[in-house]
Design a protein around this ligand. Structure first.
Ligand SMILES: Cc1ncc(COP(=O)(O)O)c(C=O)c1O
Length: 396
């Protein structure tokens, strides 16, 4: 490796700079043992680090559906546009549309690709997009990749958002409001009814990303749109198959016109190989499990309530979010402290990743604890007690 040329010297200097401010990320190897246990770089631990909220990555019916198709074929072999859209893809798109109560749905290679491709193509040069400050990187990058004028808003100040749209909406052809429904770094929810009211007032179009909402929130697991009863007020719903659905891939659900348009225009969709058919077969079954095994959702909510209650009793600072939200941010603020606490937790056999800038705003470094319905009460209790002791001794 030529590490003495200017190019590599620049990379090395940049990595050292990251290291000096405790922001260098190291690669780790994680061998999954079960939905709540894994081996991280040789160390067996209880994991609070995945987005497998309902344990569907290992659900026997989901695994069997995958294995059945994977026994005959691995890759799709082509983009969906050319020859990669198999009957499994067609059936899954139909199932997603039914699940989301929309006319149509369109698959993407990932949730990230769905966000980038949808925003970059939909938002044109005469349009404005209002983007929540804490949206996922893929939504932010999608706005940036579009030709539209970007305005960033703070969801704690929706009156200001409303004023801002009111004063600007006449300057643009279409105004978009883009938001996550569940903010992935702290488990808080968007106020969709209020955003819909603002959108109605100024004829704006709302685009939501339900990545962490699908399967988790709502009486039947349709996400925050269902929980907040706004499903039919949202024009563009983006989702991922990689979190509670337990697989990989992304989708957009909406009108037939929207999906046909994206099929023709969303570059991350048609310039990329289609999902493996086995992934589609697995996701089909996962959607059925979400519908028919509601006890997984109830259990997950109960575990989240317990974890938040214990963290509060332990006097740890937690970002306020709905008590049943399975993503919990334990604020440590200092980058170095967050990394140290995470490492010490790992040494005690608990995997709770540290999240630092640029993933979260400066001064809000945290441990991100995410729950699965398979976590036992004991696992949660022992993790919180250990976290309390580690934080106390590190702060002393
Ligand atoms: C809110 C949100 N949207 C989109 C994505 C991207 O989804 P995927 O992992 O399926 O590419 C993520 C992934 O972390 C996410 O947290």
């Amino acid at each position: 490796m030529p590490d003495n040329d200017v190019f590599h010297q620049r990379l090395t200097a940049s990595l050292l700079q990251l290291e000096s401010v405790h922001r260098r990320r190291m690669r780790r190897c994680v061998a999954v043992v079960s939905t709540t246990e894994c081996i991280v770089d040789g160390q067996r631990c209880i994991s609070f680090a995945t987005n497998d909220y309902l344990g569907l990555t290992r659900h026997p019916d989901v695994v069997a559906a995958f294995a059945d198709v994977a026994a005959r074929q691995v890759g799709a072999g082509a983009s969906a546009l050319i020859a990669g859209r198999s009957p499994h893809h067609v059936r899954l798109e139909e199932a997603i549309a039914e699940f989301e109560s929309t006319e149509s749905a369109l698959l993407f290679p990932s949730g990230f690709a769905a966000n980038i491709g949808t925003l970059a193509s939909l938002i044109g040069p005469q349009d404005a997009v209002f983007c929540d400050r804490e949206n996922h990187a893929s939504l932010i990058d999608g706005c940036r990749a579009s030709a539209g004028k970007i305005f960033v808003y703070d969801r704690a100040e929706l009156d200001r958002l409303s004023e801002s749209i009111k004063s600007r909406c006449h300057d643009y052809d279409v105004v978009f409001i883009v938001t996550d429904t569940v903010f992935s770094m702290d488990g808080t929810l968007a106020d969709l009814p209020q955003l819909c009211d603002i959108a109605d007032r100024y004829s704006a179009t709302i685009i939501v990303d339900e990545a962490h909402g699908t399967g988790v929130f709502g009486a039947t697991g349709r996400g925050v749109c269902e929980l907040q009863n706004v499903g039919d007020r949202i024009s563009v719903k983006i989702g991922t198959l990689s979190k509670a659905i337990g697989g990989i891939g992304g989708f957009v659900a909406g009108s037939t016109t929207l999906c046909e348009w994206l099929w023709n225009k969303a570059r991350s969709q048609f310039f990329s190989t289609a999902l493996p058919p086995a992934v589609c077969a697995a996701a089909m079954v996962a959607l059925q499990v979400i519908t028919h095994e509601s006890e997984r959702r109830s259990l997950l909510a109960a575990r989240a309530v317990l974890a938040r209650q214990l963290l509060q009793e332990a006097e740890l600072e937690v970002v306020t979010a709905p008590h049943d939200s399975p993503v919990i941010a334990v604020l440590l603020r200092d980058d170095d402290l967050a990394v140290r606490v995470s490492q010490l937790m790992m040494a005690s056999r608990f995997f709770i990743p540290a999240v630092r800038p640029p993933s979260v705003p400066k001064g809000t470094s945290r441990l991100r604890m995410s729950l699965c319905c398979d976590h036992s009460e004991d696992q949660i209790r022992s993790a919180v007690y250990q976290l309390r002791d580690v934080v106390r001794s590190e702060r002393r």
